[in-house]
Design a binder for this molecule. Sequence first.
Ligand SMILES: [Zn+2]
Length: 179
Amino acid sequence: MRVRFRYCVRCGARLVSRDDHGRPCLTCPSCGHVHYRNPAPASVIRLLGEAGILLVRRCYAPAVGACVIAAGFMEYGESPERCAVRELREETGLAARITGLFGVYAGFDDPRVRAVLILYTAERTGGRLRPSDDAIDARFWALGRLPRRIAFAAHRRALEELRNGGGAAPRRRQAPKSA
Ligand SMILES: [Zn+2]
């Protein structure tokens, strides 16, 4: 659950709400520190195989037992691409290479944090499919027969766009126009 901050992380004074460009923002009256609340970036990887898209089933709250596209929050100092590949390896045992950016989504329904999901497309380069870390299952699903419980609206939207052939990448090179 999200934490409500009451005291300044720098000096310990009690925070007050001040107007910051039209929206209330917790500010320290003693040292001036502004307690900004920013969404956490998470990388997601879309790995398509012959059998469909790779999804993992969550074993921790929130949304225990629901499926998601393999995803995780970026660590400090980590690039989004590296995060996506690391999370895929940790949750599914598969190694992959990023091939493009599929889309970026705002996540508003994770009770832990507001998130920004960065969804990449990738191709498998190795590894053996073996769920671990916070996944109890990892398998490929046909796009027309996805599991009933998909966690988080951003994942559902991304899958919907994938089914409809959407996304920002990969883009085929256009054939040169004939004269
Ligand atoms: Zn302070």
